[in-house]
Design a protein around this ligand. Structure first.
Ligand code: GRF
Length: 192
């Protein structure tokens, strides 16, 4: 069974969706740990589901490279086949990418290459587009620019706020992320 470590920084609804999908035998993979860069709700969600968690905080390290190396070490401890960044709000740098970049994917709440970066939903709304979406891509040194594995369009509706639009996107992200992980587990998507 594909062993998956999840990295997250926020409310963790995507992580919760993966946990529920595994419980329901919809996810053809096994979540082995959840890691964060800050004390975030996602760690409580993971712990409540009986998952090991780890916390690697940038402020605890002398440099960003040291933090990247420590994060890689914490992830490697779970011996994952796949690392899923699901709302992890840190840039993964060289010391991490050298060791784990090859097996790391990220979900982004826009149709990359449109609206990269940390405010994708807000930027799409401000741009006045009629549709946006979400993307799963491989993580590389160029932020939000790795090879795209899946994308799904999501409509922008009149009166949308950043919150209502992001929630509509997340509903699709949760399904798309499970589908991509299952394709990787089945060998339909190869990361090597
Ligand atoms: C997701 O939309 C993800 O694409 C973005 O942050 C959100 C995480 O949501 N980077 P949650 O914390 O899992 O609810």
């Amino acid at each position: 069974m594909l062993k998956v470590v999840v990295l997250a920084s926020g409310t963790g609804s995507l992580t919760k969706a993966l946990i529920d999908a595994e419980k329901a035998d919809v996810l053809q993979a096994h979540l082995v740990a959840v890691g964060a860069d800050r004390e975030a709700d996602v760690l409580g969600i993971a712990a409540a589901a009986g998952l090991p968690t780890f916390l690697v905080v940038p402020a605890d390290f002398a440099s960003r490279d040291d933090w990247n190396a420590a994060l890689a070490q914490a992830v490697e401890a779970s011996k994952p086949d796949l690392v899923v960044s699901a709302g992890f709000m840190r840039i993964l740098g060289a010391p991490y990418l050298e060791r784990l970049g090859r097996i790391t994917i990220n979900t982004h709440p826009a149709m990359l290459p449109a609206f990269p970066g940390a405010h994708a939903v807000r930027d799409a709304l401000a741009a006045g587009v009629s549709q946006t979406g979400c993307t799963v891509h491989r993580v590389t040194a160029d932020m939000d620019a790795g090879p795209i594995l899946a994308q799904t369009l999501v409509p922008v509706l009149p009166g949308d706020t950043e919150e209502t639009l992001h929630e509509r996107i997340k509903k699709v992200e949760r399904l798309q992320l499970v589908a991509v992980i299952n394709q990787i587990a089945a060998g339909a998507i190869s990361l090597t």
